[in-house]
Design a protein around this ligand. Sequence first.
Ligand SMILES: Nc1ncnc2c1ncn2[C@@H]1O[C@H](COP(=O)(O)OP(=O)(O)OP(=O)(O)O)[C@@H](O)[C@H]1O
Ligand SMILES: [Mg+2]
Length: 224
Amino acid sequence: MAKDPKIISVANSKGGVGKSVVTLLLATSLAQEKGKKVLVIDCDSQASIQEMYEQEKELYPDKTPLIEVEALSPRRVQTFMKRFGADYDVIFIDIPRMTDQKQDSATVMLLYNCDGLLIPVIGSEVDILSTQEFMAIAKEAEAFKQEMKEHLTVYGFINRRNQRKSNELAEQLLRKQGLKMFNHSIPDLKIFTTPSIFKSPLSVAEGQRRFKDFFDEFCRKFKV
Ligand SMILES: Nc1ncnc2c1ncn2[C@@H]1O[C@H](COP(=O)(O)OP(=O)(O)OP(=O)(O)O)[C@@H](O)[C@H]1O
Ligand SMILES: [Mg+2]
């Protein structure tokens, strides 16, 4: 019998922290390395993932993508998942940056559908502030899930890690404030800037070296 899919969002209210890129890196890795059936629901009205998907498919019409992508407005996600969710092992919901009050409440509701939230953090002061704001949203989602006798797994990680001290400071500060952080981070790397729906980052040596530990930690912590 079909099992419920695991629903995960790489989420932060801040824009440009790597939500979409990391979603694609994880989605393609799960499909290629673990044979999972993976869907990415693109809820960003700019539909950046959907656009990339269509463009790449057009370039290589004979190739089969590792993952599926569906662009949906936040209000349509629940109905879609009720109908088609059981076809997948893992569903990622890619949320837009939060700017507009009205649109944001629909985005926040999306998080209540999730089993896991993975929060990318860039080690700068503005990013830490917005992550702190997002932690409050994640806490509410966690409390809601608890009331429903369900569980929400929440972890943060440093994206685009470099040698700057601000990376460590961000990590320490967020940990102190109660955000569980991954032991591994994602470095700032060229190969991560153009993910492909046909190829996981782990299929190249640099990805194996720089992303494998993070990916393994993700699979362990989010039980996929
Ligand atoms: N680990 C990384 N190494 C190098 N570049 C990265 C990394 N993570 C993200 N980027 C780059 O940073 C930019 C923003 O990433 P992305 O679009 O995934 O962010 P986002 O959080 O989804 O933004 P938005 O809120 O606008 O949707 C992109 O150009 C992406 O290629
Ligand atoms: Mg995005």
